[in-house]
Design a protein around this ligand. Structure first.
Ligand SMILES: Cc1cc2nc3c(=O)[nH]c(=O)nc-3n(C[C@H](O)[C@H](O)[C@H](O)COP(=O)(O)OP(=O)(O)OC[C@H]3O[C@@H](n4cnc5c(N)ncnc54)[C@H](O)[C@@H]3O)c2cc1C
Length: 403
């Protein structure tokens, strides 16, 4: 394993830094640094996506022929880590990160030509309709039905936890097109226009007071069959393909390092001189360094054409649990300022760049403490979404320990 950067990689890192210095405006940087969720607000995320798109950098992992960058694994790692270190807001993962690769891998030529450019430009904004009230970890038990009606399907059902469904104009769904003995069979991957008659979106307001997730109800929604991705009844294959992109490939350690430094700065501003607290910071720093080493090792394997395998489960668990630990340390550092419930100081995915508190309410505490509690509450979801950490441990126990 060779972890040294080539001359070309170092030059590329410099090019990314120059781009960020020129294009990452203070409002974008502020929004990125003060995120309470892993998702940026729609407006902020789209503003940044348009800047990336103009530069041709909106889809680092896509092949060049579809508007991607055609970068090496090392270049993608450098790009992701420079963006995280600079505090760039994340772009929505559901379009370019998930549905895009699925269309590239399983879509028809017509689907690719229509959807991919609109995904890159932000004209279409996607959400993911997998989970249902009774089907999360056991996703194959999903019930939303799609009845055959000539050249259309008629869809009825209920999706839940659908991130950004209230701003998305398209949703990719797993639906049941037939009932088979093996539940994985009879599932179809379907693209649905959110403006279709019969779709009703209801907000789920989280503990932190933010509206990011939703319930989506489908009543006799007509969807053309040309919107099926892959084969009818073979949606499970497509869904598994997508999960590789949902869980793997992310780079977490640079962002965690930045957040650790912010907790350290907050503890200094609060005058904390507690040895036990210092030990906790040092422990987190060591674990982030270990995570970084594993991320580099995975990057090195990917560069040699190997699949990440069980390491993607390990990275998902380690990064989300470290992130949760940092939110706990931030609450500890903020002390009493983490107590007031002040949802008006955050918007979904972070404080609004031009945030002004309502005239009758002033946020309590110094500005670095306003979102500490919201981030703590929001981050509990990290060990649940994209496959719960318990399920990841099951995968590891089988794949690594052979249990
Ligand atoms: C913030 C957030 C955003 C989300 N966004 C989306 C989205 O955009 N689109 C979408 O489709 N879904 C989304 N989800 C849903 C997410 O994928 C599910 O919450 C997740 O898969 C878990 O399913 P569940 O909530 O039904 O919990 P369950 O599957 O019911 O699990 C309940 C508990 O049982 C444990 N458990 C379950 N099975 C096992 C097992 N075999 N072994 C050990 N323990 C087990 C789990 O770990 C968990 O602790 C989101 C969830 C959250 C919290």
């Amino acid at each position: 394993m060779d972890l040294s950067w080539s001359v070309a990689d170092t030059r590329f890192r410099q090019e990314v830094r120059e781009f960020l210095a020129a294009e990452l405006t203070p409002d974008l940087r502020k929004a990125g640094h003060s995120l309470t969720s892993v998702y940026a607000d729609y407006d902020i995320g789209m503003k940044w996506q348009r800047i990336l798109h103009k530069r041709g950098w909106a889809a680092p992992a896509w092949p060049v022929q579809y508007g991607g960058c055609g970068w090496s694994v090392a270049q993608r790692y450098i790009f992701a880590s420079e963006l995280a270190s600079a505090g760039a807001p994340p772009t929505s993962p559901m379009g370019v990160g998930m549905c895009g690769p699925v269309l590239i891998g399983h879509g028809t030529a017509e689907q690719k030509a229509h959807y991919l450019p609109r995904m890159l430009s932000g004209e279409d904004f996607w959400c993911q309709g997998y989970s249902e009230p009774g089907s999360g970890s056991d996703l194959a038990s999903l019930q939303m039905s799609a009845r055959d009606d000539g050249d259309h399907f008629v869809c009825n059902g209920h999706k839940i936890w659908t991130t950004h469904a209230h701003v998305a104009n398209w949703i990719f769904c797993l639906v049941r097109t037939s009932r088979e003995k093996i539940p994985q069979l009879g599932i179809t991957f379907l693209l649905i226009d959110m403006k279709s008659p019969g779709i009703d979106v209801k907000p789920i307001v989280s503990l932190s007071g933010e509206h990011i997730q939703n319930e989506v109800f489908f009543t006799d929604v007509r969807v053309p069959k040309k919107n099926v991705v892959g084969q009818i009844g073979d949606g499970w294959t497509v869904a598994k393909y997508l999960m590789q992109f949902e869980r793997g490939g992310g780079v977490s350690s640079p962002g965690l390092k930045v957040r650790l430094e912010r907790v350290r700065a907050m503890s200094e501003a609060e005058g904390i001189e507690d040895e036990v607290f210092s030990v906790k910071l040092a422990q987190a720093a060591i674990e982030i360094a270990v995570l970084e080493a594993v991320e580099m090792r995975v990057m090195s394997s990917l560069s040699q054409g190997q699949a990440p395998g069980a390491e993607s489960s390990m990275l998902k668990m380690a990064s989300t649990e470290l992130s949760q630990r940092l939110t706990e340390l931030a609450v500890e550092a903020a002390g009493l300022y983490a107590l007031p419930y002040q949802p008006f100081s955050v918007s979904a995915g972070g404080p609004s760049p031009n945030y002004r508190p309502p005239s009758n309410q002033t946020p309590v505490g110094p500005d670095y403490s306003w979102t500490v509690a919201a981030k703590y509450l929001n981050d509990r979801a990290g060990s649940i979404y994209a496959g719960t950490n318990e399920v990841q441990r099951n995968i590891l126990s089988k794949a690594v320990l052979g249990l």
